[in-house]
Design a protein around this ligand. Structure first.
Ligand code: ADQ
Length: 745
């Protein structure tokens, strides 16, 4: 609309100016004509009276003079007549016009002297009148008096105003017509064809239509349409070729790589791109409010760590909450952007949430309700009705956002985590043909624990809208099947590992998640050595045995227990004082929730207290670095560390354990791992601990330090093999393969 106005505005200005100029000329012309008319009338009346006036003046005949000036009263628009004597004094005047006597009339003297008649517009009281004065010349050629005829001119101005009104109305009608016609033509000539072309492009490049483009005309738009057609065709052909080549290559390669996953996805999904939905976005634009500088960060999140390489490998669209305070500045009109920013490999679509939505759905229901419900850490889950309503509303908002993107045929949607339990069902309602998998990144509790949630039935029904539900470990799958069996009217098929409800079948499988499996952070070996040297110097770590912990600050991660274990280790093994430093990298998260806020304060205080207790000169046992680090920044810490501690009280998988193993290229390190993580099932070569048992935990630190180098190397090699073979590409490949191969009841 704005653009049309910009286009029409100059035309309207020109028309407006033309109307004003021609209008003024016409009004002037009309004015002159009318005044001339009055003038002529006044003149002819005065001249018709000349002889009679001469006669009455010569005879000083007042009676006839009065008769004369009253005689014209009935004339149209004539106000009155005045007869003056040779001195310019009133001799006779029309009786209704007596007030005229009071008016100053300097022009009378002028006419008496020049003997020339005079006609002018005069102001009288609130009226404008036309006065015509004719000198009456006697027989001896001297002026014996004057006759003045006064005409009303107000009708002239009424006529002119009427004329202006007509000109303005015509202008307004013309402007309205021009605007309406322009809008109509703009829509017909430009908007509709472009809309038709856009719609056609959308369908053609997805392979949903084979029809030619809809623009028939040859002009500029026709040329554009032909170019668009070429691009759409090339895109389609490229996809098809990729899919065929992919199927061939897939047979050949052994280890799962980015290329192999890309091939699998092309072969299995073909033209149907992948859609991933998660709460946390893979790239967040954050503005530092103090300096105003914007940075693009990868949030500290296991989900992001795992899913990002998959989308980098095969492209597609990732839909998530735009939570960065500068996120809105970096999206296009469809709320999308290409990521990673420096090398666009896939599309990120940001969904905006209001503060209330984020509070209820994310902080409230997801993280104060479902998160503690699913983690066995004895933190009480809180369920509020208003949070649940907001959770439902936001799930619907995401469902609508996903539905907008889906191609016409069999799309693949991969939903992440406990934030979107209702999404599968909501999408299926509109698109029953969609294939949907949900991956649950956290543990699934027992039915007894899950039924605490007042909305357990709706949640289970929502999840069973999906075709496939994945968990990290078998145990979580079993818990889920038990839960569905006990809390819902459904049939659980223990052979096929599926739940059938209302004739719809959902498969449940364990897919242990992983990372990309090879260290691609932190640069080359030599570069990394330099980074490590720099860190050792910066933090006085030369000659020290270094331990590392890398966590989001979350009560499930057992950070407090870890500090207590380090404290106990030093109490029991004073020979390691001034020889051991534990570096804890900790990213604050969910800080608006009281439990997290309190935990941050608790850890701050505990670190301070234990450092104070053991401090000796420059040395203190815990180096606590509380901030968000990039993956490149974390890598040298892993590589430097002689041991890594993962002490979660309960964890779906835990990717930090895998990252440490992947980064330990020299195999000179050992992992202390909580037995309550999913990772503990795979990493039987780690030192497994119960983080609740501080004594056992403290002893495991000593065991890690004192373990012979060959033993450490052997264990690390085994774990590295597991990570590289069971990397995140295999994980994704397994899910996609299972999802596409599902044979339902
Ligand atoms: P998370 O609970 O987020 O994930 P985790 O698997 O440990 O946990 O992954 C954390 C990620 O954040 C890692 O990639 C780590 O490098 C990064 N990170 C930690 N501290 C950081 C810091 N200070 N700065 C920057 N990055 C930091 C959930 C489940 C897990 C499951 C994953 C994946 O809770 O059990 O393993 O999903 O499924």
């Amino acid at each position: 609309m704005k653009k049309i106005l910009l286009f029409i505005l100059p035309i309207l200005i020109i028309i407006g100016a033309a109307f004003t100029i021609f209008g003024t000329i016409q009004v002037r012309f009309e004015e002159e004509k009318l005044i001339d008319d009055v003038q002529r009338k006044a003149k002819s009346i005065a001249e018709s009276m000349e002889l009679s006036v001469k006669h009455v003046l010569e005879n000083n005949d007042l009676k006839n003079a009065n008769y004369l000036v009253e005689k014209f009263q009935t004339r149209e628009r004539l106000q009155g007549c005045v007869i003056y004597d040779k001195e310019g004094k009133v001799f006779a005047i029309t009786s209704r016009f007596l007030d005229w006597k009071e008016k100053e009339k300097p022009y009378l003297r002028e006419v008496l002297q020049t003997k020339e008649p005079r006609g002018e517009i005069e102001q009288f009281k609130e009226y404008t009148v036309y006065s015509y004065v004719l000198p009456i010349v006697g027989d001896n050629n001297s002026v014996i008096g004057l006759v003045e005829v006064i005409h009303d001119t107000s009708y002239v101005f009424t006529r002119l105003a009427e004329l202006w009104r007509r000109i303005s109305s015509t202008l307004i009608i013309l402007v309205v017509l021009i605007v309406l016609i322009s809008m109509f033509l703009h829509k017909q000539i430009f908007v509709l064809p472009v809309l038709r072309l856009t719609e056609w492009f959308k369908h053609f490049q997805k392979g949903e239509t084979d029809a030619n483009h809809p623009i028939k005309e040859k002009g500029e738009l026709g040329k554009l349409a032909s170019e668009v057609e070429q691009v759409a065709l090339s895109l389609r052909v490229a996809r098809k070729t990729m899919s065929d080549v992919a199927s061939e290559r897939l047979q050949k390669e052994e280890l799962w790589t980015e290329t192999k996953l890309r091939d699998l996805i092309n072969a299995k999904l073909g033209d149907n791109a992948l859609f991933v939905v998660s709460n946390r976005e893979p790239f967040m634009h954050v503005m530092d409010e103090a300096t105003g500088t914007v940075s693009c960060i990868r949030p500290a999140s296991g989900v992001v760590t795992a899913i990002h390489p998959i989308l980098c490998a095969c492209g597609g669209t990732w839909i998530s909450h735009g939570g960065g305070n500068a996120d809105k500045k970096f999206v296009n009109s469809k709320d999308k952007l290409g990521v990673p920013p420096e090398d666009n490999r896939y599309i990120l679509k940001r969904v905006w949430l209001s503060k209330e939505e984020e509070d209820g759905y994310y902080y409230g229901f997801s993280n104060e309700g479902l998160w503690p419900l699913c983690h066995n850490t004895h933190t009480r889950p809180i369920f509020r009705e208003e949070d649940w309503l907001m959770y439902k509303k936001v799930n619907q908002k995401f469902a609508d956002s996903v539905l907008e993107e889906l191609p016409a045929q069999s799309p693949f949607i991969f939903i992440q985590d406990y934030h979107f339990t209702l999404l599968g069902e909501m999408i299926k309602e509109k698109r029953p043909d969609a294939k949907i998998a949900l991956f649950w990144h956290i543990p699934w509790p027992t039915p007894e624990a899950f039924q605490i949630c007042p909305y357990h039935k709706e949640i289970l029904e929502g999840m069973l809208g999906c075709d496939l539900i994945g968990f990290h470990v078998k145990n979580h799958c079993n818990n889920f099947l038990d839960t569905a069996n006990r809390l819902l009217e459904s049939r659980v098929d223990t052979e096929k590992f599926s739940v059938v409800r209302s004739g719809k079948e959902t498969f449940v499988r364990a897919f242990p998640i992983s990372i990309n499996g090879h260290s691609d952070q932190g640069g080359s070996g030599a570069e990394q050595q330099q980074q490590i040297e720099k860190l050792r110097q910066e933090f006085n770590l030369q000659g020290m045995i270094v331990g590392v912990g890398v966590d989001r600050i979350d009560y499930t991660k057992g950070i407090v227990e870890r500090i207590l274990a380090i404290d106990r280790f030093l109490e029991k093994n004073p020979q390691y004082r001034k020889k051991f430093v534990f570096v804890q990298l900790a990213a604050p998260s969910r800080t608006h929730i009281k439990r997290y806020h309190d935990l941050i304060a608790e850890i701050d205080e505990l670190v301070e207290k234990k450092n104070w207790k053991h401090m000796d000169g420059n040395w203190k046992p815990i180096l606590y670095l509380k901030r968000h680090f990039s993956a490149d920044e974390i890598a040298p810490y892993y590589a430097m560390a002689d041991l890594c501690i993962v002490s979660s009280l309960h964890d779906g998988m835990n990717l930090v354990a895998k990252e440490y193993v992947a980064e330990k290229r020299d195999c000179q390190g050992i992992l202390i791992l909580s037995q309550f993580t999913g990772a503990a099932r795979e990493f039987t070569d780690a030192i497994l601990v119960n983080p609740y048992s501080i004594e056992e935990f403290a002893d495991s630190i000593r065991q890690a330090i004192e373990m012979p180098a060959e033993e450490k190397q052997k264990r690390m090699r085994n774990m590295r093999k597991i990570v590289s073979e069971n990397n995140v590409y295999r994980w994704a490949a397994n899910i996609i393969t299972d999802l596409t191969a599902l044979k339902k009841v």
